[in-house]
Ligand binder design. Structure first.
Ligand code: ACO
Ligand code: ZN
Length: 226
């Protein structure tokens, strides 16, 4: 960046007082009372939502040096499914999903990545699906860089016209903003592939990401290539 650009950025930050909260990750302006009130509300809701209390007979699907993955099925006790539901609502509000209907609510499986600090830093919700349409177009690098044309980043992707057989649909995948790019999502998908269908390891062709966001799409393409 040129010196001039840098000065504009610095001045902008001073003026708006943009701060990133180190615990909830929200970017807000401490100088703006409305923004700060919004932050406090978000902060409390998030920290409450991601708090994890170990429960009896929890199903630990995998353990890592930095945490574990807990699997919740709809047939599990109420306290477990309640937590899964609370996290889903949190994730839905972050993704801007409103009242999205799950195709088979009784068959969903929720994978929670729980950190050593007992915080839920990742969530993956999977459901059985039979057929899906493959997304054909590649994401443009424009998604990462500022959009020169001033247009919305493109979110309409080309789909194949013939549905393909898949077994597992990823209906939601989310990682806490301050914990991204540490392979939390990759590890949740790995564990899903190993545990979703009893006795078989799903290939990347047998899983589908439903209606992915730009982040979701970049991740899915990268994950399925490796
Ligand atoms: N930009 C570019 N590449 C990315 C990005 C990104 N934002 N996210 C992941 N990747 C690629 C990278 O190559 C990465 O490997 P690297 O870090 O070694 O380069 C690789 O994917 C693996 O990434 P992970 O670390 O496993 O992914 P992460 O734990 O950060 O989670 C996720 C990815 C879930 C998409 C996260 O960014 C997120 O929660 N975003 C907001 C919510 C969202 O949009 N979720 C997807 C909704 S779509 C759906 O639910 C079906
Ligand atoms: Zn905060």
């Amino acid at each position: 960046k040129g010196l001039k650009d840098q000065m504009v950025i610095d001045a902008g930050q001073k003026h708006f007082g943009a701060t990133v909260c180190k615990s909830c990750g929200m970017v807000y302006s401490a100088a703006n009372p409305e923004d700060e009130a919004h932050h406090i509300q978000y902060h409390q809701r998030l920290l409450e939502g991601i708090k994890y209390v170990n429960w009896k007979n929890e199903h630990v699907a995998a353990e890592f040096w930095d945490g574990k993955i807990v699997l919740i099925r709809q047939s599990d006790p109420k306290y477990a499914t309640k937590k899964a539901e609370d996290v889903r609502q949190l994730v839905d509000s972050e993704l801007g999903f409103k009242q999205v209907v799950l195709t088979c609510p009784t068959q969903i499986q929720t994978y929670l990545f729980v950190s050593n600090e007992k915080k839920i830093i990742g969530c993956l919700i999977a459901e059985p699906v039979r057929r899906a349409f493959r997304v054909l177009s590649e994401p443009t690098t424009e998604l990462d860089s500022p959009n020169k044309s001033g247009l919305e980043p493109q979110r309409v992707w080309c789909c194949s016209t013939e549905p393909e057989n898949v077994f597992c649909g990823i209906s939601r995948i989310w990682v806490f903003s301050l914990m991204r790019r540490k392979r939390v999502a990759s590890r949740m998908v790995d564990v899903l592939r190993r545990t979703f269908c009893f006795g078989s390891y799903l290939s990347t062709d047998e899983i589908a990401f439903s209606d992915p966001t730009p982040d979701g799409k970049v991740f899915a393409i990268k994950y399925c290539q490796t």
